[in-house]
Structure formats: C-alpha cells, structure tokens
Design a protein around this ligand. Structure first.
Ligand code: HEM
Length: 196
C-alpha cells in the first residue's frame, strides 16, 4: 500500500484533530498546555494498553520500541502535576479486527510525532521550557523522528493493496478515539499552575 494514500484518506480527520488542539496558539498558557497533555495521556495510554495485548506478533518489537506514554508521565513529573487518571471514564477502544487495521491505528500514533516536532518548538518558546523538560512527549524521537517515520512507512508498503481499506479504517477509527479523548478531557481549573 502506498502510504500517501493513507494520508489522503485521513486528511479531513487530521485537519479536525489539529483544529481541536489549541497547542499552537501564540498565547498558550501553562494551564491549557497541561490540560491538553492530560487528554493526550488518556488516548495514548488507552492505545498502548490495548495494543499490548492485540499487537500482531510480526510487529511486537516495533510497537514496544515506539511506546511513548511514559514520556507523558515524565512531563507530568517535570511540571509537578498528576496524570488525572482518577477522573477518567473508560475509553471504549475502537474494534480493530485485522493486522492491517492495527497498522492503520499505529499510523496515527506514529504520524503524530511529525506535528509533535513543531509543537515542541512552539511550547518551548511560548512557555519558556528547557527543551525536553515538560515537552518530552512532543519531542518524541527527537532527531530520529524522520528515520523512525521512514521505517514505519516502509512497513505500510508491505501491506497488500487489497487490504488498504482495512488500514484506512483502522486509522480513521484511531483518529476518532483521539478526537474523543481530546474533547472530553477535563480542564485543570483546580490546578494552581505552580511549577516545582
Ligand atoms: C496542533 C496539533 C498538530 C499539528 C500542528 C500537526 C501538524 C502536523 C504536520 C505539520 C505534519 C506533517 C509533517 C511532515 O510531513 O513533516 C503532521 C503529520 C501527521 N500528523 Fe499531525 N499535527 C497535530 C496533531 C496531530 C494529532 C493529535 C495526531 C494524531 C492523533 C496527528 C497525526 C498526524 C499524522 C498521522 C501525520 C502523518 C501524515 C502523513 O501521512 O504524512 N497530528 N502533523
């Protein structure tokens, strides 16, 4: 499957997701940032918990190497906040029945590392972060981001064209799960906003 097809078939959902995340605002506040980070954690943790038991064996090593929820925990620690987990309702994980749809879902998580590079630079400037402290999740693979993305796209090319609809279906469902988490997360009004 041509990975460009996947981009085209999900461009509408990417645009919606990007619009729903206020991270690139020039006047982004720390409180807003933390709120978004907590919502991301809910989505990424739901993905990793589910993927752990559903990843096709052929991609287990790739999945393990690419887990990033712990970076969000590092960010919470750096910013002196908690993950907000106690207030979560359950996130119904979308049904993905085939290997191809699993890869489609993983595409969403992996592709988000690309926008993450722009987000990291922006929040470092606006919130005056030391690079990687408080934005470790968005920094993600850092300088290896391009190489990691290239490697992932190569795996997508191994999928038979006949299965491309399943890949697209998995990706669209995953964007939907992310959108839901990003919309439903609580704000952190109660948080005083002080860093240690
Ligand atoms: C403010 C939020 C976001 C911004 C500014 C943003 C921006 C971008 C940019 C600039 C790219 C292309 C980078 C390149 O080609 O080098 C990209 C790719 C991508 N982003 Fe985002 N993004 C955001 C949020 C997200 C989120 C939350 C997700 C997933 C839930 C996501 C999923 C993806 C995917 C899958 C791609 C790869 C597209 C492809 O196939 O080439 N993005 N993003």
């Amino acid at each position: 499957m041509d990975p460009l097809k996947l981009r085209e078939a999900t461009a509408d959902l990417h645009a919606q997701t990007e619009e729903g995340v206020p991270l690139m605002k020039p006047d982004l506040t720390l409180t807003e940032y933390v709120s978004v980070l907590q919502r991301f954690y809910r989505a990424v943790a739901a993905w990793e918990n589910w993927a752990e038991t559903h990843v096709p064996e052929q991609w287990r090593a790739m999945f393990e190497q690419r887990r990033r929820s712990r970076l969000l925990l590092d960010d919470f620690h750096a910013l002196g906040v908690t993950s907000d987990e106690d207030s979560w309702g359950e996130v119904p994980f979308p049904v993905l029945e085939t290997d191809a749809s699993f890869l489609g879902a993983m595409y969403v998580v992996e592709g988000s590392t690309l926008g993450g590079q722009y987000i990291a630079r922006h929040v470092e400037e606006v919130l005056n972060f030391t690079p990687g402290v408080g934005d470790a999740y968005f920094r993600g693979y850092g300088e290896s981001t391009g190489a990691m993305w290239k490697e992932f796209r190569t795996v997508v090319t191994t999928i038979d064209d006949a299965d491309s609809d399943q890949v697209i279906d998995g990706a669209r469902k995953m964007f939907g799960m992310f959108a839901r988490c990003l919309k439903e997360g609580r704000t952190v009004d109660a948080w005083a906003g002080a860093r240690p």
